[in-house]
Write a protein of this length. Structure first.
Length: 264
């Protein structure tokens, strides 16, 4: 009765179904892992932003690699801005997706070490991208700044190519090792995205708070893939029954081979 399952068409269909089931289960597991990772990341960010500001040198030092747990921690530092050796970071966008620069200013601490401070975004409104843009000056003299601690940017982590031969005082990545070599100074690992004091004018625009990643979608996708995996065998059974019904209605050999009930 089920000999048609041995036909080429049905063997291929069955094999495809058998392959789809574990594949969809694995995709669901992968989406669940993504959900757990994003949920954990969101919690780390929330905890870091809620923590009281700490002196920057308690969390980083020259050559230090900012860890995942240290990222976004609020830190404070006292010193002065060195605008003479300020650079801008190319091809950065603001909240409105406008392309411009980030302003990266060395901040010389009271002990002589240097902290890199991303003072925010400015528009690329110069006559050309080869000209150093007009950058609003930071407060002069000794001040205390507050910001979110960030790890060094790398091509591997950001996908941004660290291009060479750029115009004077322009860089592609914010990297403490690269800046330490340029400045010839001890530079603390990572950098901070300044949050205070706020600029007096419209720019630089301070970097906004990091938003939560939407983990709920990954959870929904996981359930969706698992429902698909459960639907495959159900669909296979439905197709088999439909095939049997069609063969019986068409008078296929399966039907002719059945014996007629004996007359009484």
């Amino acid at each position: 009765m089920y000999r048609f399952l041995l036909s080429r068409q049905w063997v291929i269909l069955t094999l495809v179904a058998l392959l789809l089931i574990p594949t969809m289960i694995r995709l669901g597991i992968w989406q669940m892992h993504r959900y757990e990772e994003r949920t954990a990341r969101n919690q780390l960010v929330s905890d870091a932003l809620a923590a009281a500001p700490a002196p920057v040198e308690t969390l980083t030092s020259p050559g230090h690699v900012v860890t995942r747990d240290e990222r976004y921690r609020n830190v404070t530092a006292t010193g002065r801005f060195d605008t003479e050796r300020e650079v801008v970071v190319r091809r950065r966008v603001n909240a409105d997706e406008e392309v411009g620069f980030h302003v990266l200013t060395p901040f010389v601490l009271t002990d002589g070490k240097v902290l890199l401070v991303n003072r925010g975004w400015i528009p690329a409104d110069g006559p050309s991208q080869t000209v150093f843009p007009k950058v609003p000056a930071p407060p002069a003299g000794q001040i205390t700044v507050t910001g979110r601690l960030m790890p060094d940017e790398t091509t591997a982590a950001s996908g941004i190519k660290n291009l060479k031969g750029l115009p004077d005082r322009q860089v592609m990545l914010i990297n403490s090792e690269q800046e330490a070599e340029r400045l010839g100074a001890e530079v603390l690992g990572g950098y901070i995205a300044q949050t205070a004091p706020a600029p007096k004018g419209d720019t630089p625009q301070l970097i906004g708070r990091p938003g939560d990643e939407d983990a709920a979608l990954n959870y929904a996708y996981a359930i969706q893939w698992w429902l698909f995996s459960a639907a495959v065998p159900v669909g296979w059974v439905v197709l088999v029954r439909r095939e049997l019904r069609d063969r019986r209605e068409a008078g296929t050999p399966e039907k002719s081979e059945q014996t007629e009930p004996a007359a009484v």
